[in-house]
Design a binder for this molecule. Structure first.
Ligand code: ZN
Length: 638
């Protein structure tokens, strides 16, 4: 803590100042906070698990244990990776080099999609926004090597510097891939120009929060009309889904722009672009020259000073490739069943608090209130890990080429995802692996999900006072439930359908609250002068605000509250708010802070604390503000 700070003026500093002073960002990280510290401990645990699996060379061939061990062993075999150099990409590079005509581009793009390269655009599956019982395919914009269109388009000295670094980086990657210097330079400049045109056609991140904007069902005729340079039936067939006859064209403007580029951009530029995208995607799994060059770009974008140790990088890739197999082993060892019971009790308290809140809302009409309660009642709660584990039996993993393992894992995942199109929705699936320190709300499923990874300190501690748990995991639970009722979630009904259940007047009142939050957060800055995108972060800010209020009410209503003692001179209410503020404590490199401000719907920890608390009068009262003195505008949603 920093007790010299005024809690009512800067509670984030008051609660975390000491932590932040003692925890500068380590060289290999772009941010260092409570999440990262827990993540580090979690990774060390998983590391032991992977090492044990890799040491066990007698695992049954084809079993999850064999795959977990062999993937890790192949990634850790630095000598083999070094010796292989760029050879593992040889076939892919040859396929791109053979490209002669725009009409052949579809095949190559489809193939790159299969192996996990997001060149130009990407395809996936989703529940139909308007009929959540249906699984449809969608295609969305992609193919930019920098984090967001802003990095290409904004007239800003810092972005301009990153653009320069980026072009030089692409050039060096081409040289490493075998190009002569002059050709590499020309190709890098051309790639940057093409990506900049794609960035111009891209939909801004804030706009993507509008579900109507990103929902545009098109049949094959319409697809051919709007993006004629892509051979859609061929793209779908190559991806193993020839029966698909309609797609959600998430960003029509982008696809029109892309289609134009396919015709207008000379083939040598397309070949260079695809080579770049391929090498960029797999550089982290190649020899040291590629890894180091790739890290230079990460450095420019995030400010990180040092590469993570190899095992952490391989572990990250393995969580992607075999995440649920690893997670299955993880929860066997690290998820006590008691945790589930205690967390459920908090969850039910939070849920009851939202119910009570909706019942008592003065501004809401009875018709809308009934629909809101319906939606709340239908929220499905899931804690820990899936009931049905993912089947990896069709994925081949060997103690051979690391890149090939990653590619096959990507292809397996692509096939598994796209195979869902047209089939009934599988409600047993989880969107996050159990070992992750995170949680989510899925608006088409209308469910809240709390992976085992987040159910440990500093989020949940079975032995801690109730104030601690309600302030931490209670607020996280409240956050996820509130997502069902934030700017976006509120547009979906209890069955996960994009259907308006609001009366016009109630909608206007709700929107006024949403605008209040957007305006509040637009006023916040990072690294001195960069403003948050209010519209981008509104949903998360609403979830933070609702989540904290719900957790607070649940804590006050819990049996533990009545008997709660003061601890270290702090009242139970004060303990609750300290617990909430504590888990947002973090140090962030300025480059990373800027990157997140441009792209991330989550505000930084400082504003997740102070921005939220500015709207919570119970907080001001708990820290002794005279009634009504915590003046300033207050946004009210839930
Ligand atoms: Zn959230």
């Amino acid at each position: 803590m920093d007790k010299s700070a005024d809690p009512l003026r800067d509670f984030y500093q008051y609660a975390n100042g000491g932590f932040i002073r003692l925890n500068p960002v380590p060289a290999a990280y772009a941010r260092w906070g409570q999440f990262d510290i827990l993540n580090l401990k979690n990774q060390e645990f998983i590391h032991e698990l992977l090492q044990a699996a890799a040491a066990d060379t007698a695992a049954t061939p084809g079993s999850d244990a064999q795959k977990i061990g062999d993937f890790f062993a192949s990634g850790m075999d630095e000598a083999a990776v070094e010796k292989a150099g760029i050879r593992p990409l040889k076939d892919e590079l040859a396929r791109i080099a053979a490209l002669r005509h725009a009409s052949e581009l579809t095949d190559v793009l489809a193939h790159l999609q299969i192996i996990g390269v997001n060149a130009a655009f990407g395809m996936g599956q989703m529940q139909d926004f308007k009929d959540s019982t249906r699984v449809i395919g969608f295609v969305q914009q992609g193919g930019l090597g920098l984090p967001d269109r802003d990095y290409y388009l904004k007239d800003d000295a810092r972005y301009a510097a990153i653009r320069k670094t980026y072009v030089a980086h692409i050039e060096r990657m081409f040289v490493l891939t075998g190009d002569p210097a002059a050709r590499a330079r020309r190709a890098a400049v051309a790639v940057m120009a093409l990506e900049t045109r794609l960035a111009t056609a891209s939909m801004p991140v804030e706009q993507q929060r509008d579900p109507h904007a990103i929902y545009n069902m098109r049949d094959l005729v319409a697809l051919a009309r709007e993006a004629p340079a892509i051979d859609w039936p061929r793209y779908l067939a190559t991806n193993g889904v020839p029966h698909v006859t309609e797609l959600n064209l998430a960003m029509p403007g982008f696809f029109a722009g892309l289609s134009h580029e396919i015709i207008a951009t000379p083939m040598p530029v397309w070949r260079a672009y695809l080579r770049w995208q391929l090498v960029h995607r797999f550089a982290p799994c190649l020899s040291a020259a590629f890894v180091d060059e790739n890290f230079k770009l990460a450095q420019a974008v995030s400010g990180t000073k040092e590469l993570l140790p190899r095992w952490r990088r391989v572990l990250g890739a393995e969580n992607g490739a075999l995440g649920f197999a690893v997670g299955h082993e993880y929860v066997k060892r690290r998820f006590p069943p008691e945790a589930r019971v205690q967390v459920l009790e908090i969850l039910h308290g939070v849920r009851a608090a939202l119910r009570e809140d909706i019942v008592g809302l003065a501004w809401m009409s009875e018709a809308t209130r009934a629909r809101a309660l319906d939606k709340l009642a239908l929220i499905e709660e899931r804690i820990g890990y899936p009931d049905v584990w993912r089947d990896y039996s069709r994925l081949q993993i060997e103690r051979g080429s690391y890149v090939s393992n990653v590619m096959r894992a990507n292809a397996f995942d692509n096939e598994r995802e796209l195979a869902k199109i047209g089939k009934p929705v599988d409600r047993s699936e989880w969107g996050m692996v159990p070992q992750i320190i995170n949680a989510y709300y899925n608006l088409s499923m209308n469910n809240i999900n709390f992976p085992a990874g987040i159910l440990q300190p500093p989020f949940f501690d079975a032995a801690a006072p109730a104030a601690f748990n309600y302030g931490a995991i209670g607020a996280v639970i409240g956050h996820e439930i509130t997502h069902g009722f934030d700017d976006k979630g509120s547009q979906f009904d209890g069955h996960g359908n994009l259907a308006n259940w609001w009366s016009k007047e109630d909608q206007e009142k709700f929107q006024a609250g949403v605008s209040c939050v957007a305006e509040q957060y637009s006023g916040y800055t990072v690294d001195g002068d960069m403003h948050l995108k209010g519209k981008l972060v509104t949903g998360e800010a609403i979830a933070d605000l609702g989540g904290l209020l719900l957790a607070y009410r649940a804590y006050r209503a819990s049996p533990a509250y009545a008997a709660a003692p003061s601890i270290g001179g702090y009242t139970p209410d004060q303990q609750f708010f300290l617990s909430f503020a504590r888990f947002w404590g973090e140090s962030v490199r300025p480059e990373q802070a800027r990157m997140w401000a441009a792209t991330d719907p989550h505000p930084p920890g400082r504003y997740r604390t102070n921005g939220t608390l500015a709207n919570v009068p119970q907080f001001a009262a708990a820290f002794g503000a005279a009634a009504g003195s915590a003046a300033g505008k207050r946004c009210v949603i839930w």
